[in-house]
Design a protein around this ligand. Structure first.
Ligand code: ADP
Ligand code: MG
Ligand code: ZN
Length: 572
């Protein structure tokens, strides 16, 4: 790639020098002569020949015994002039005279330049496509063992791996496996690593490209890169195609026609076409990765495309310990280095930051010629890594905010445990999710077709419990905006409860939802009353179980995420 730019530059300079030389050469040899001087010279019989060029305002003349100079003389443009010259025994030429005329030279230069540019552009395009494809294929020797933590993601990907290995096993029972898996989460959490591990575990070729590779100046390059990427992969029969930074091509399309981006649309369409082009159980899987799920075009997320989406979150304290242990394997640590303590003090560090931390510490140790990594090396590295991290990084979340989040999430979890024991709490965490919340509860409702009145009310209560816990502990003045999403959800459920499901005793079965406007104040009033009474009810419940709330919060701060077993143990 570099080399080609040098060629282009060299030919450009060559052309420039030809032009400069040409003009210089011409200027040096062309001498202006007045018409009267010319007539005098003719009379002295010293003119050899005359040339009429395409420039009709002048003509050129050369002298006898002087072929170094060309004289430029104003053209009188009379009929008799030619006859006059002929009568004086002067040879007349039309068009050229020995030297290539300036115009011709110019045209030639322009042609050569245009041709050259076209040629290089064409070659560049071709070789960009080829280059991009050349570097894509790698066989991956990475296994899932090299990914610490991310237990949920790994178990979801294990399905994918066994599908690539034995697609027949799935198609024989009519199972359709996802064509595309989307890994989303903050940078450095191991998305690329996981994709490589899928290829490594399934023992198939790994074709990787980044979304930014597809975004090119030239319309059509991105699309043809996509096509040749899939073509290559299809040749290997089974393969993992990895597209990193998929948001670069899959951004939401804006409505305005003027702001449409041809190149990106073409690239995205090519990707969608290719994905629908290969058979579901063929053993080819496309894995996409992005830091931002919310900016992706919905077209990418539809069934048959990236329909399996897996969040890859920041590691909690347990995962951090595992990641640190994994990366410390190849590094000699001093005996007093405590990885447990290090895991605790690296809240909101990504896997990449943890790896980086140990690596920086190792460099400090090596610079000192110290055979082992000591605590002060790690401490020094800690600041290097933090300072290098982006300002928006969550490592700056204050102790207070952390505590509020912990109580809030503990409130949700406790209310769920007490009011909806049939639901399965798969995860309670104070590690922020990509979708915005400070922490979150992952509750899986019992799989039933209908919800009864008690369950709906209890769902509303569990939503309110986060805010209630904040109020109970910190007082009404200190409640935060963290509950806005909960309140919104609770409100819409209450409205349905009253207005759609006909569950309110006083208002009965009549529903306004079939009308265009729901302007009945009575309904709004009713919803508010119901919300308030549920709020008070839940507050009492949490107050009576304050010790459990405290215990869950304590363990949440300690471990950052709890699972169903932890909650059961605490509440037993
Ligand atoms: P992403 O693609 O999500 O930005 P990467 O997969 O490129 O992150 O991770 C960068 C590096 O960070 C990896 O090569 C690995 O060394 C380290 N890393 C990140 N997450 C993990 C993890 N869960 N286990 C082990 N190493 C990790
Ligand atoms: Mg990556
Ligand atoms: Zn909440």
């Amino acid at each position: 790639m570099q080399k080609k730019y040098i060629y282009v530059l060299a030919s450009f300079f060559l052309l420039l020098s030809v032009i400069l030389f040409g003009t210089y050469y011409q200027n040096k040899n062309n001498i202006n002569m007045s018409y009267t001087d010319f007539i005098n010279t003719v009379e002295n019989k010293r003119i050899e020949q005359v040339t009429f060029t395409s420039n009709q305002n002048t003509f050129q003349a050369t002298l006898k015994n002087d072929d170094k100079h060309i004289y430029i003389i104003p053209n009188p443009k009379t009929q008799d002039f030619t006859e006059y010259l002929l009568l004086h025994d002067i040879t007349i030429n039309y068009g050229k005279n020995g030297l290539i005329s300036a115009n011709l030279l110019l045209i030639l230069i322009v042609l050569v330049a245009a041709g050259g540019a076209y040629y290089f552009r064409y070659r560049n395009q071709k070789s960009m496509i080829q280059n991009a494809n050349k570097k894509t294929k790698k066989s991956s020797s990475i296994t899932l063992k090299q990914v610490a933590g991310n237990i949920e993601a790994k178990s979801m990907l294990e399905d994918v791996i066994s599908f690539i290995k034995e697609p027949d096993k799935y198609s024989s029972v009519g199972a359709r496996m996802p064509k595309g898996v989307l890994l989303y989460g903050p940078p450095g959490t191991g998305k690329t690593l996981l994709a490589k591990a899928v290829a490594g575990e399934a023992n198939v070729p790994f074709y990787a490209m980044s979304g930014s590779d597809f975004v090119q100046m030239y319309v059509g390059v991105g699309a043809s890169r996509i096509r040749s990427l899939f073509q290559k992969a299809k040749k290997s029969e089974k393969a993992v195609i990895f597209i990193d930074e998929i948001d670069a091509i899959g951004k939401k399309r804006s409505r305005g026609a003027s702001s449409s981006n041809d190149e990106r649309d073409q690239t995205l369409n090519a990707l969608l076409t290719e994905m629908s082009g290969f058979h579901e159980n063929s053993g080819i899987i496309v894995i996409g990765a992005t830091n931002r799920l919310d900016t992706l075009d919905e077209a990418l997320l539809r069934p048959g495309r990236f329909d399996r989406q897996i969040e890859i979150g920041l590691p909690d304290v347990n995962s951090r310990k595992k990641i640190l242990t994994l990366h410390a394997k190849s590094k000699p640590l001093a005996d007093n280095v405590d990885l447990d303590a290090l895991a605790k003090s690296t809240v909101y560090f990504s896997g990449a930051m943890l790896e980086n931390l140990l690596n920086e510490a190792a460099i400090y140790a090596a610079n000192e010629k110290n055979p082992v990594i000591c605590n002060y090396h790690i401490e020094k590295a800690f600041y290097t890594v933090i300072a290098g991290a982006p300002k928006v990084d969550r490592s700056y979340i204050s102790e207070k905010d952390l505590k509020i989040t912990a109580y809030h999430e503990a409130g949700h979890a406790l209310a769920t445990k007490l009011l909806l024991p049939e639901n399965y709490i798969s995860k309670v965490t104070i590690i922020p999710s990509v979708t915005g919340a400070g922490g979150f509860n992952l509750t899986i409702p019992k799989d039933t077709l209908y919800q009864n009145q008690r369950q709906i009310k209890a769902t509303i209560q569990t939503l309110l419990a986060g805010r209630i816990a904040e109020e109970l502990i910190f007082g009404m003045d200190e409640v935060t905006t963290g509950a806005s999403n909960d309140i919104q959800k609770a409100s819409s459920i209450i409205l349905d409860y009253v207005n759609k499901f006909g569950m309110d005793e006083e208002l009965g079965l009549f529903s306004l939802s079939c009308m265009e406007y729901e302007s009945d104040n009575k309904i709004i009033e009713k919803c508010r009353d119901l919300m308030n009474s549920l709020y008070e009810e839940t507050k009492e419940l949490l107050q009576n179980n304050l010790d459990l709330l405290e215990q869950i919060t304590y363990e949440l701060i300690e471990k950052e995420s709890l699972n169903a077993k932890d909650i059961d143990r605490i509440c037993a």
